[in-house]
Design a protein around this ligand. Structure first.
Ligand code: GUN
Length: 283
């Protein structure tokens, strides 16, 4: 069996078309959605992510403002930049690109963002509401994965979903969203002994480890659905996921490729969340 590809570029484009219509409608009401992105320091990967977010905003007619701050900025100055954006009526969404330099407390920074503008879904209030099943803004990557599964007609109810990775950005909320759709969820992480014994029980395997090609055929059950959240470079500097695609493709029933899998969905859901925030201005 050769697995079906779940094409995040195509699914993302479909969702972007409907976002585009809604942005146009808002503009007829004189409202332009606005996203502010704060980039601290010059981490090359973060710069690429931020520039892709900005390009996508421009394509949609969403106003985007980039605030670039040097790596040695104080936490206090960063918090005061966030305060200004909280008060700026042209800005509907605020995103602070992570990771931040070590001397800055990420949780303090995230908590300073107004929950109304927390389009990343990382604020403790957004996380709490998500856990209660009363979501405000869902974190973009797990939200994008749920959309991929929905558009690919993969029903998660009653399935065993195994998540590898327990970050607050991906792994933890991913399990929660799958649980809310009636999956049975197992979390694995770097301290899980005998990883393959767990992952080979997965009907749906979500891999978010940040380690290039660490998951191979020996970790995957025949017919499983594999969602690869990783974006890495292999030994030939080619983009690759956390899953060794070539090793598992004949064993899985469906898989997200890298690139054109989960990646495009993360930005799509950021645009979606920014639009939801801006729509609150229509009375
Ligand atoms: N760094 C890696 N992924 C993300 C994300 O989704 N949002 C932010 N703000 N930073 C990130």
């Amino acid at each position: 069996m050769s697995g079906k590809l779940i094409n995040g570029k195509e699914i993302g484009d479909l969702i972007r078309q409907s976002i585009q219509h809604e942005v146009n409608d808002l503009q007829e009401h004189g409202i332009t959605p606005g996203l502010a992105v704060i980039l601290v320091g010059d981490n090359p990967a973060s710069k690429t992510y931020v520039s892709n977010k900005q390009k996508s905003c421009e394509q949609m007619g969403i106003y985007s403002q980039l605030i670039e701050l040097s790596a040695d900025i104080s936490e206090e100055t960063l918090l005061s930049e966030i305060d200004k954006l909280n008060a700026d009526s042209a800005i509907d969404g605020i995103l602070v690109q992570l990771p931040l330099p070590k001397h800055i407390d990420e949780q303090n920074v995230i908590a300073a963002i107004s929950p109304e503008k927390d389009v990343d879904g990382f604020h403790p209030e957004s996380v709490g509401k998500m856990m209660l099943g009363q979501p405000t803004y869902l974190p973009c990557t797990p939200f994008g994965v749920m959309k991929l599964l929905e558009y690919a007609n993969i029903d998660v109810a009653g399935k065993h979903a195994v998540i590898i990775g327990r970050s607050h950005i991906v792994g933890v909320p991913m399990g929660q969203l799958l649980l809310q759709k009636d999956a049975t969820v197992t979390y694995c992480h770097s301290k899980t002994p005998n990883l393959a014994a767990m992952t080979t029980q997965a009907d749906i395997l979500v891999v978010a480890t940040g380690r290039a090609k660490m998951i191979g055929a020996e970790h995957v059950k025949e017919g499983a659905v594999v969602i690869d959240v990783g974006i890495n470079r292999d030994e030939n500097n080619k983009l690759c996921g956390d899953v060794d695609f070539d090793s598992v493709i004949d064993k899985v029933s469906a898989i997200t490729p890298v690139p054109k899998g989960v990646g495009p969905m993360t930005i799509t859901m950021l645009l979606f969340n920014t639009l939801q925030s801006a729509k609150k201005k229509v009375s």
